[in-house]
Design a binder for this molecule. Structure first.
Ligand SMILES: O=P(O)(O)O[C@H]1O[C@H](CO)[C@@H](O)[C@H]1O
Ligand SMILES: O=c1cc[nH]c(=O)[nH]1
Length: 291
């Protein structure tokens, strides 16, 4: 079997993964990802028992139990460049023998659950609600570096989205979908939509502050887009990368978006902490009861 070199997969002195600093056995099959380090404790405060707290850079991890359910929560920081690190290193921990540096014969499939914040791009999506990303369109470059096969539905969505973009936009979108098993088990009753994953918060999400935009119509193109009765619902910065890499590596992934902004109505939540707390307890209940 192929040997994975010391510079392809870097380990710390204690044998843990280079960035996320975790060892084999420190990762549960259910992994909750959050952008914000401070949200890790907001999730793990609901654990009955915390067995591990570790961190390095923006990657803070708590692993513990609610009842018999073992759960890991890890912060990714912002953006799909960090998603590349977190998903590849989580996968390495569970699917590579770090002593022999070979891929295990029996592969583990993780349930990866993002709990993040987001901005709605449709007037009728209220702030303080929660939306699940059924699929995501990445405007970041991550999945263009990975072998990423599309289903017929994904290919149709990608073609339709590309043709909706003004010709002079230098954008190279990709499409990835939520794990069907996770949608069906823990999110079938929640509102779903198509999420855009942007490579930035300001101009790449159509925000105009001082930087002059080369894509001033972006938000309105996104708002008007329709394909097979589906529309784009929200913008954030990680989901497409998580979905794409999870599918490439054989994991299931789902993204819960707490809608803090409505970009069409120019509204921002007056109670972001409270809404996030509700989303966390709701998702944890679903994980414990149905997963
Ligand atoms: O609240 P989190 O999980 O960080 O998610 C959203 O918030 C950040 C931008 O403020 C981006 O990471 C975006 O995806
Ligand atoms: O508008 C928003 C709100 C939260 N996170 C984003 O990326 N965009």
């Amino acid at each position: 079997m192929e040997y994975i070199s010391e510079t392809d997969l870097i380990l710390n002195e204690d044998g843990s993964l280079y960035h996320i600093n975790l060892l084999a056995d420190e990762v549960a099959d259910t992994v909750i990802t959050v952008g914000d380090q401070d949200r890790v404790g907001e999730v793990s405060k609901h654990f009955d028992h915390i067995e591990l707290k570790k961190g390095k850079r923006e990657f803070l991890t708590h692993t513990g139990y609610i009842g018999k359910k073992r759960i890991t929560v890890i912060s990714t920081g912002i953006g799909t460049d960090n998603v590349d690190i977190v998903l590849n290193e989580l996968d390495a921990i569970v699917n590579i023998n770090l002593q022999t540096r070979q891929v295990n014969k029996n592969l583990r499939s993780l349930n990866i659950i993002r709990i993040g914040t987001s901005g709605a791009v449709q007037a009728d999506i209220e702030v303080d609600t929660v939306l699940v990303s059924a699929a995501a369109i990445g405007l970041d470059p991550l999945m263009h570096y990975c072998d990423h096969e599309l289903t017929a539905d994904e290919a149709g969505l990608l073609t339709a989205f590309k043709s909706s973009l003004p010709k002079h936009y230098q954008l190279h979108p990709y499409v990835a979908s939520a794990g069907a098993k996770l949608i069906n088990t823990i999110a079938h009753d929640l509102p779903h939509g198509i999420t855009i994953t942007a490579p930035g918060f300001y101009t790449p999400q159509g925000r105009q502050v001082r930087c002059k935009s080369s894509t001033p119509q972006l938000l309105s193109v996104i708002e008007k887009f329709e394909h097979n009765n589906q529309r784009i619902t929200n913008l954030e910065m990680e989901t497409a990368g998580i979905y794409g890499l999870a599918s490439n590596l054989g994991h299931q992934a789902i993204s819960f978006n707490v809608i803090l902004a409505n970009r069409v109505k120019h509204q921002f939540s007056k109670q972001p902490y409270h809404v996030m707390q509700n989303c966390i307890t709701n998702v944890l209940d679903r994980v414990v009861n149905y997963l």
